[in-house]
Design a protein. Structure first.
Length: 178
């Protein structure tokens, strides 16, 4: 994907923890944005690759990371000084048979997990969003509100990648927009 690779990015987070309701709303909205982006795509488009992950693999990756985000929420609530680390090699996504799964199966599973996590966030008092723990890769302290923002930025990264793959493998759609 053109642009800056995910692991090389720097991040800016909300300046006020009171913005957490909007952050949760954005977090909760990713499944709808994803579903809109992939609605009606032919299976051939969903499994085309330009050397990177396919559309189905990008969706599967978002789903694969839901347990990490859920575990990091547990880390905050348990007062752990450092968040659990992600597998930077993305082994789970690379070995998962996401291209063999249906689009509906992947998007519904992602929606279900994300709604469950958003419900957990909704149940927390505002003070919880000020809890701080160190992000293991960024080597910087993040408040819980920052960590949820980080997840949203990661979601955006993969949604943009899916859009790029659509443009690349559906040139007729791109030409119709021009």
């Amino acid at each position: 994907m053109p642009g800056l690779p995910w692991v090389e990015r720097k991040f800016v987070f909300p300046d006020r923890v009171e913005l957490y309701p909007e952050v949760i709303d954005r977090f909760r909205g990713t499944p709808a944005r994803l579903e809109e982006k992939v609605r009606g795509l032919a299976r051939e488009t969903l499994i085309c690759s330009d050397g990177g992950w396919t559309i189905l693999q990008n969706i599967g990756h978002l789903l694969d990371l839901e347990p990490l985000w859920d575990g990091r929420l547990d880390d905050y609530l348990a007062g752990r000084p450092e968040l659990r680390a992600a597998d930077i090699t993305n082994a789970a996504t690379n070995r998962a048979p996401h291209n063999e799964r249906s689009l509906d199966e992947l998007t519904m599973a992602f929606r279900r997990e994300r709604e469950r996590q958003a419900g957990k966030l909704d149940s927390l008092p505002e003070s919880a969003f000020s809890l701080v723990s160190v992000h293991p890769r960024l080597k910087m302290p993040l408040r819980l509100v920052d960590a949820v923002t980080f997840v949203c930025l990661h979601d955006d990264y993969h949604l943009a990648r899916i859009q790029e793959l659509k443009r690349k493998f559906m040139p007729d759609v791109q030409a119709a927009r021009a």
